[in-house]
Write a protein of this length. Sequence first.
Length: 282
Amino acid sequence: MSMTQIYLYQNEFVAKEALHISPEDRGYYFGDGLYEVIRVYNGKLYEAGPHFARLTRTAEALRIPLPFTEDELSAQLEKLIQVNELHEGSVYMQITRGAAPRSHPFPASAEPILMAYTTSYQRPVATLEEGITAVTTDDIRWLRCDLKTLNLLPNVMAKQHAMDQGAGDVIFHRSGTVTESSSSNVMIVKNNVIKTHPANNLILHGITRLVVLRLAKQEGIQLEEAAFTVDELLNADEVFITSTTAEVTPVIQIDGKAIGSGKPGPLTRQLQTAFEATIPSK
Ligand code: PMP
């Protein structure tokens, strides 16, 4: 089935082919903007509230005034899902500071530009079942990794590094302290206790991370928001990553070393099951 993709551009629904973005958009030459990816299960936005809260927080930090309220944006995204007949997948949205001749200071009168589209895909059942491999690498990013900005070059370079090594993803560390992955958060299990990096300026405050914290509590699993080392990572009983698209994905081998038994561990499985139960049905 081939269907024209409809994009949301500002307040209008426009066919992809008819969409024109200014070459002077600051997102294009400065990466001056922010984005969000919200999962859609059964045609419904998943955890929209926390995504909008993070969007608002990033916009405030970047001093990009949002041209709409949360309710307005939410209604527009729901409409976008409908017009594209999306059942399973996600909504990508970005907001840039606007278009203006290239000059570093904020332009006096730029209008922020919103663009959003939908992508259709299924849950990653194979990697959820089997897990992925990873390689550790230096976290060379800036000190505001808590902001979801368009500046993803270090993440892109790191992900390609993983691909070049034949691995599924990277695990970043700063001088031996594990932070997160290229597009997901990282959790380890040791002696039935989960550890994950505190939600400070060094990691993105993942929405899936939040969901898993909540689920761990519900399931009576002990969880510490505490930094851990690469050494602890490699010697963990279980490792998994969390993100909107990866959900709870086991990591079974890191830097060529098997994690635990080399198979997805029991607490990872328990959290995967608990996560599945949060997915809205029709
Ligand atoms: N860390 C980074 C660097 C990311 O890009 C993402 C994905 N947006 C995450 C963590 C996971 O966040 P979420 O669970 O909200 O998708």
